[in-house]
Design a protein around this ligand. Structure first.
Ligand code: CP
Ligand code: NVA
Length: 312
């Protein structure tokens, strides 16, 4: 019998997109996250390990939840701003990835082009986690679908309405709809639709529709969700976008068209009075704080799965 010590090492896994994990793996991740959330998990799978966190854009939730989560699992988080790294002065991504892989046990990156994260993952020999790109925000939507499961009991037969920009969050909801099989209706103004390839891929797996009418998307929905009209990196378009998105704000009148038990989600930060009113964000249907809390639990489950040493 082969000596387990001399087995070939398992290839490293990354999470750059929700579709990097199978449905069964995603369900296992959520089960672990809920166990951690219940306080029924006392292992320290990151003991002696370091997570490097590279930020090319600002962050509150992602930074703090990864940092605290890594500590709670016994690991050491390392915050790195890409502006203060040689990366910011033009050192190639592939060189940075290979060097960091020799010091740390996992790397989380938040950046602009999705291809940068893909290149990082290709050259890193440790797991890479996407902490948001212009294309996708998988950690956030994993927390959102976990919140759906807790609040609505599951995904089967559920309708999610996305209102606003067809941005990184909308694209990731498309991936989640394909993986979990719920219906996704997007209401986006012309010119602000989500990624076409991701739309088509999701449409081949589940029911996804796109309209310019928020009322049409929200009618009877179980989840109503939105995001800022101007994402990080598009600041110079803020005024044009404010005009393009007029009429796409989620208010109580729009929420009244959804299922009476519908919940409202928003990844935060929110701009009250733009994409959502204060009344909805602070109202009885809002689950945004539970959603934000779930970032910690799902990312802990993700780090334990990708970076953890087996403890039993
Ligand atoms: N929702 C989210 O990713 O928040 P931060 O930008 O604060 O990390
Ligand atoms: N779409 C937003 C999400 C922020 C968490 C952005 O990319 O800025």
């Amino acid at each position: 019998m082969a000596d387990p010590q001399h087995r070939m090492p398992m290839p490293k896994r990354d999470l750059l997109a929700i579709t990097d994990f199978s449905r069964a793996e995603l369900e296992a991740l959520m089960a672990l996250a809920l166990r951690m959330k219940r306080g029924d998990y006392h292992e320290r799978p990151l003991a002696g390990k370091t997570l490097a966190m590279i930020f090319g854009k600002t962050s509150t939730r992602t930074r703090v939840s990864f940092e605290v989560g890594a500590c709670q699992l016994g690991g050491q988080p390392l915050f790195l701003s890409s502006r203060e790294m040689q990366l910011g002065r033009g050192e190639p991504i592939r060189d940075t990835a290979r060097v960091l892989s020799r010091y740390v046990d996992g790397i989380m990156i938040r950046t602009y082009a999705h291809t940068e994260v893909e290149e990082f993952a290709r050259f890193a020999t440790v797991p890479v986690i996407n902490g948001l790109t212009d294309l996708l925000h998988p950690c956030q939507v994993l927390a959102d679908v976990l919140t759906m499961r807790e609040e609505l009991g599951g995904w089967a037969g559920k309708i999610v309405a996305w209102v606003g920009d067809g941005n990184n969050m909308a694209n990731t909801w498309l991936e989640a709809a394909g993986q979990f099989g719920f219906e996704l209706r997007l209401a986006c103004p012309e010119g602000y639709e989500p990624n076409h390839a991701l739309f088509d891929r999701a449409a081949a797996r589940t029911r996804v529709t796109i309209t310019e009418l928020p009322e049409e998307a929200v009618a009877g929905a179980h989840v109503v969700t939105t995001d800022v009209w101007t994402s990080m990196g598009h600041e110079e378009q803020a005024e044009v976008r404010r005009q393009a998105f007029a009429g796409y704000g989620v208010d109580e009148k729009l929420m009244a068209l959804a299922d009476p038990a519908a919940i409202f989600l928003h990844c935060l930060p929110a701009h009250r009075g733009e994409e959502v009113t204060d009344a909805v964000l602070e109202g009885p249907q809002s689950r945004v704080w539970a959603e934000a809390a779930n970032r910690l639990h799902i990312q802990k489950a993700l780090m334990a799965t990708l970076m953890g040493s087996p403890t039993r």
